[in-house]
Design a binder for this molecule. Structure first.
Ligand SMILES: [Zn+2]
Ligand SMILES: [Zn+2]
Length: 322
């Protein structure tokens, strides 16, 4: 329901319409045509192809986009938010560099002030774990609730929900353009951490929030990434592309963690089912249904779990199961 309220009319369409829906006529001028000579190249091509299929499936969700393919074979960017831009400006760089410097400063301060390296090391490790969890929680919340008009977080809600409709666009952004809003949000939070927590606790908070800046390149075809970034993905230090592709399937109800994706298997499986339980809790508290409940199967699962209301199934709100 919120998807329909997104400002899609503001989508920027570049170039003449080449892609036609229904007949699925796709202009493939400039598309990669590499015939892989090795298994590594073959795997890369396979992941590139899976990413492209995901983008085309996203196009089918909204008939108003007509992106053409650029010289490198990728779909041209489509912007779904008013005032959004692919431009990189000096303030974007400045706020991102400031956030990086502040985070490093907070972590360094923890080591300087601590009598032993153990507490700050534990703080950094806990920050990494909590950062993964926070990425999933924030992603789940913005994917499922709110819209552009929602106070404070409306832009983030619309951005995450719009990302499902034009997922390839993020791969056209520079790092600064993509992360400067998150970087700006980290600065006051770092200050709060310093003011309220011991040095190692502040380091934990700093790492947790700063890591939210790194989840971008799971939408760039691996063949277009430098080898060192592919190594990070293969090692599970960065989010592997296939792990994130698994999220981009309606109703977008799983695989919310986007730093490394390592927690997803636990959080999405029985008996944890964290996101369904949180949805059941929100529904119990205020009756609001998440966008993932567009799937009757997801809705029924959530309402079958604690802490859903015991009488939820008897309220006649279940639709026909899928
Ligand atoms: Zn999402
Ligand atoms: Zn994505």
């Amino acid at each position: 329901m919120f998807c329909a309220a997104l400002p899609l009319a503001a989508a920027i369409v570049r170039g003449p319409p080449i892609l036609r829906y229904g007949s699925a006529a796709i202009d493939t001028r400039g598309a990669p045509s590499l015939i892989a000579p090795s298994s590594v190249a073959s795997a890369l091509e396979g992941t590139d192809s899976a990413l492209d299929s995901m983008d085309l499936a996203a196009l089918a969700l909204d008939g108003s986009f007509r992106p053409t393919r650029g010289p490198d074979g990728r779909l041209e960017p489509v912007l779904t938010l008013p005032g959004d831009s692919l431009e990189t400006t000096p303030p974007m760089g400045a706020v991102t560099v400031s956030s990086t410097a502040a985070t490093l400063g907070v972590v360094a301060l923890a080591f300087v002030r601590s009598g032993s390296p153990l507490p700050p090391l534990l703080g950094v490790a806990a920050g990494a774990l909590l950062g993964e969890l926070f990425s999933g929680a924030f992603h789940w919340a913005t994917d499922n609730y709110g819209r552009l008009e929602t106070p404070v977080v409306g832009f983030a809600c619309a951005a995450f929900q719009g990302h499902h409709l034009a997922p390839w666009t993020i791969s056209h952004r520079s790092v600064f353009n993509n992360v400067y809003k998150i970087a700006g949000a980290t600065l006051p939070l770092l200050g709060l951490g310093l003011a309220l927590l011991p040095p190692s606790g502040a380091a934990c908070v700093a790492v947790m929030f700063y890591l939210q800046l790194v989840a971008q390149e799971s939408h760039t075809p691996p063949s277009k990434l430098p080898e060192w970034k592919r190594r990070l993905q293969r090692a599970g230090v960065a989010l592997p592309v296939p792990e994130h592709i698994a999220h981009h399937k309606p109703p977008f109800d799983k695989h919310y963690c986007i730093l490394t994706g390592r927690l997803n298997r636990v959080l999405d499986s029985e008996p944890v089912l964290l996101w369904r339980r949180l949805e059941a809790l929100v529904y119990r508290v205020n009756g609001q249904e998440p966008l993932s409940w567009k799937s009757d199967k997801v809705r029924a699962l959530a309402l079958s779990l604690w802490p859903a209301r015991r009488d939820a199934a008897g309220q006649g709100k279940f639709r026909d199961s899928e």
